[in-house]
Design a protein around this ligand. Sequence first.
Ligand SMILES: [Zn+2]
Length: 413
Amino acid sequence: MGYRAYQYRLYPNARQAHDLLNLLAVARHCYNMCLDLWRYVYVTEKRRPTSQEFEVMRKGYKKTIPAAKHVHSHVFQGLAKRAEEAFQGFFRRVKVGEKSGYPRYKSADRFHSIEFKQFGTGVAIDGRRVRISGVGRVRVRWHRALEGTIKTAEILHKAGQWFVVFTCEVPDKPELPKTGQAIGLDLGVASLVTTSDGDKVDHPQFYRKSQKKLRILNRALARKKQGGKNRRKAKRRLQCHHHHVKNQRRDYAHKLSYTLVKHYDLIALEQLKVKNMVRNKHLSKSILDAGWSTFTTLLTNKAVEAGRQVLFVNPAYTSKTCSSCGALFEDLTLADRWVECRCGLSLDRDHNAAKNILNQALPLWDAEVRQNVAGSQDASVPQKPPALDVGSVTSSSTVGHPNLPISYSIIRN
Ligand SMILES: [Zn+2]
């Protein structure tokens, strides 16, 4: 059994939207009080607060604050848990010597969700609508079918829109049939992905394309008077824009990772520390734009579900080594896009790196699977899968891939 989250947009009417905002405000206020309780108990008595203490606080809060009267008790319990997690995370980071921010009060700009730990109490599906305790029956856009058993529910507020997220327990899907194919991927700045077969998938660059609009929206926001109604509107427009770009990027990463998982049994990648690389200001915008960590997370999740192997290899010297003879290119710089070796190898820099990544991962591949697949095929040479290999495409043209509903710009060497 695995878990899967399903998110649906909510369309509350004016009164419901008001109630939802009220719910969020109460939850935020109470979360801040949970942090207070934590700090007080920890500083005075050097221990964590008990659940009874949270319960006493909850009851007192409900009695004194009229707006909290109709808020479900599970919401409060979720907040106590979140405060607990915030402090435990803080203690853990202090212990290992990481940068450790103290859990802070959340302002309205930083508090966006409330949780219901048990579906059916507080949140339930009522006909075609979702019934939320203290709000009523809210209209929903069921854009996809729910699968499995709903366990928990979460209400989200993002860029002025409301969503409900159901976490469902779903039965494991049958694994995809083995293809006997392996691929190495080099994640780069010049191209999002270069494969060990020499294919390149360009960056979608949604973010860069939307830079112009972003600039306009940012300037508009800066001109508005502090605390004014128009400022709030301009801010909302900016949030919507960011939200849209984020969705585009996620969608792209989903499609790309799906294609790879579908066609390859083994996918080898570099173990990159994205956080460190983002600090390099020359690379940072490209790296954030590419959304590497989103891509690798999605790829790994899909691979696990489909019974594929994803291997992360040591990134040292993948660019600087010849993939055919193993010689080291001593004086290779970031500006060099092409590598040539004394053994006769002449390759694109990223293609060479992808080959090295695959070479590192191949010895770790489940040999049993490989032989089974090889035996079942007519020739011992594995057939080249269609994924990312848009055969007849010449240099730098944009094509619609048969497996992908959107166009990728693929450059072949
Ligand atoms: Zn060589």
